[in-house]
Design a protein around this ligand. Structure first.
Ligand code: NI
Length: 152
């Protein structure tokens, strides 16, 4: 495993759309292992491959209830809403109140290509949405709650 550099805002790669993973091979496993180490080292709760400069649909997450790997993740359902302060390892020192669903269900492949379904509530729902947004070139500052300033 190796630490990778985290891409910071201002790098145009963060606005690019990531491509689907087609090969579930050692190269993917190395990427996942490196992303895991990089996320923990940075004390993040999630990391998308684009944040280490790789335009593939790969995400790692640990919201405190266990480590998961999401390959080619898709949100299949969502309900409710939440407005909570959010940050990002690629936007150090920045935070903002976003508008996100309260509960999401995600379909994703594991490192061997097997499809699984995950449910996320609260922090985990935000994290799923935040990381999947990265795969589509979107950062959290594009998801700010419209009335965020009115709440403060
Ligand atoms: Ni982020």
């Amino acid at each position: 495993m190796a630490l990778r550099n985290i891409v910071k805002i201002g790098d145009p790669i963060l606005a690019k759309k990531s491509r689907a993973v087609e090969k579930f091979d050692e190269r993917l496993w190395t990427l996942l292992d490196d992303m895991k180490q990089t996320m923990y080292e940075a004390q993040g709760v999630g990391l998308a491959a684009v944040q280490v400069g790789i335009l593939r649909r790969v995400v790692v997450i640990d919201c405190g209830d266990g480590y998961i790997e999401l390959v080619n993740p898709e949100i299949i359902s969502f309900e409710g809403e939440q407005r909570v302060e959010e940050g990002c390892l690629s936007l150090p020192g920045e935070c903002g109140v976003t508008l996100r669903p309260a509960v999401v269900r995600v379909k994703a492949q594991d490192r061997n290509g097997k499809w699984c379904i995950y449910k996320g509530e609260d922090l985990k729902a935000r994290c799923f949405c935040h990381e999947i947004d990265h795969l589509d070139g979107i950062v959290f500052t594009q998801r700010l709650a419209p009335d965020a300033s009115a709440e403060n």
